[in-house]
Design a protein around this ligand. Structure first.
Ligand code: GRF
Length: 204
């Protein structure tokens, strides 16, 4: 069997994208394996969900650390201990330092609920409605130090329909998030394996 890229998912909340990644990675054809879920918030609903889906899940409580550097050092220690090769941010609500991002350059993904470069930042569904956009969607991109600005790997569009409220629009976008995030992770894992076969070992 071809070795799969060892992947961690970082969350802060309910973890529906995390769940989609775990489900997709159950397929033997998928190029990444979800080894670990980490949350900066011990109350994140995604932690028990990950365990229910059979994946190790731990809180690294941001409030227990003296600052961002100490928190990120704890994250790095845990990622290294699990020999993680790819990190997926999935509703992870902390902005990581430029140094952290640089160490994971080309190996850290994020999902953002807008058609980047439009609507970077928070409250994208509210803003899409307020701006009267006809189209909205979601984007998977590589993480760079500049927020929501890294190279785009996948995008999906949805229409904004008459009568939409935030919940209806968010639900339409979320369905697409669950489709494109696994696709993008699989694509990244494949391309890393092709570029750096030693990353994932030798399948003989
Ligand atoms: C998603 O809309 C994602 O695009 C954004 O945060 C939300 C996380 O939702 N970054 P979930 O925790 O994956 O359900």
């Amino acid at each position: 069997m071809i070795p799969r890229a060892r992947t961690a998912v970082l969350i802060s909340g309910r973890g529906s994208n995390m769940g989609a990644l775990i489900e997709a990675a159950r397929s033997p054809d998928f190029s990444a394996e979800i080894m670990l879920v980490l949350s900066d918030d011990p109350a994140a609903g995604g932690l028990p969900l990950a365990r229910k889906l059979g994946v190790a899940a731990e809180a690294i409580d941001f409030r227990a650390y003296t600052g961002k550097a100490a928190f990120e050092a704890a994250l790095e220690t845990r990622l290294a201990a699990a020999s993680i090769e790819i990190v997926c941010l999935a509703g992870f609500m902390r902005v990581l330092s430029a140094a952290f991002v640089e160490r994971w350059k080309g190996r850290m993904l994020n999902i953002h609920p807008s058609l980047l470069p439009n609507l970077r930042g928070l409250n994208t569904h509210e803003r899409a409605l307020a701006e009267g956009l006809a189209e909205h969607g979601c984007t998977v991109h590589l993480v760079t130090a500049e927020l929501d600005a890294g190279p785009i790997l996948a995008q999906a569009r949805v229409p904004v329909l008459p009568g939409d409220d935030v919940a209806a629009l968010a639900a339409r976008v979320l369905k697409e998030e669950h489709r494109i995030y696994p696709w993008a992770l699989d694509a990244l894992a494949r391309s890393l394996r092709a570029a750096l076969p030693s990353l994932s070992g030798d399948d003989g």
